[in-house]
Design a protein around this ligand. Sequence first.
Ligand code: G3D
Ligand code: MG
Length: 180
Amino acid sequence: MVYLFKIVLIGDGGVGKTTLRKRFMGEGFTASYLVTIGADFAVKNVETSDGTQVKFQIWDLAGQPHFKAVREGFYRGSRGALLVYDVTRRETYEHLELWMKELLNNAGAKVPIVLVGNKIDLRVPGRDHITTEEGLQMKQLLEDKYGVQVHFIETSAKTGENVNTAFITLADMILKAVKE
Ligand code: G3D
Ligand code: MG
């Protein structure tokens, strides 16, 4: 049997959500655009670490619409989320809890999360960039405060580093939650 999992990509505009999705999907995929809720929607077959076949339905907000109905439609039925920030823009890290709350309010369940620190190819020591240590602190905070399972990973959608791992990790977490 093949599982079908809806997942959502969330985080501030410009953090790299669409680039991560395109990198993971490869060239040649077609995303459908749902005008009513302003989201892209793409499907990819994924194999989890234990060899289980999973069909991922990946939802990615095209803009950052603020209508409640849009938000509800976007999150409804999602089984997991990639929660993305940009390691070079501290405000995107500071907004993570807002995204966490929105996910919890709208997904209707405490779904597993992969916390993604993206754009590590641009990280420079000495600037006010988000360190790996800070990423790990946020993972711990989200787990302790919101009672959700969070895995932390740092990526570059530009070089491709860790991008597949981020998505496969989420598939593994969702599958584990389903089987429990
Ligand atoms: P969003 O979907 O979260 O809004 P996008 O973000 O995927 O549209 O990415 C925003 C910009 O960041 C894009 O640049 C994109 O190429 C760039 N970007 C995304 N991920 C990375 C990364 O890991 N490293 C680097 N260096 N850039 C990245 P443009 O110039 O097209 O706006
Ligand atoms: Mg986008």
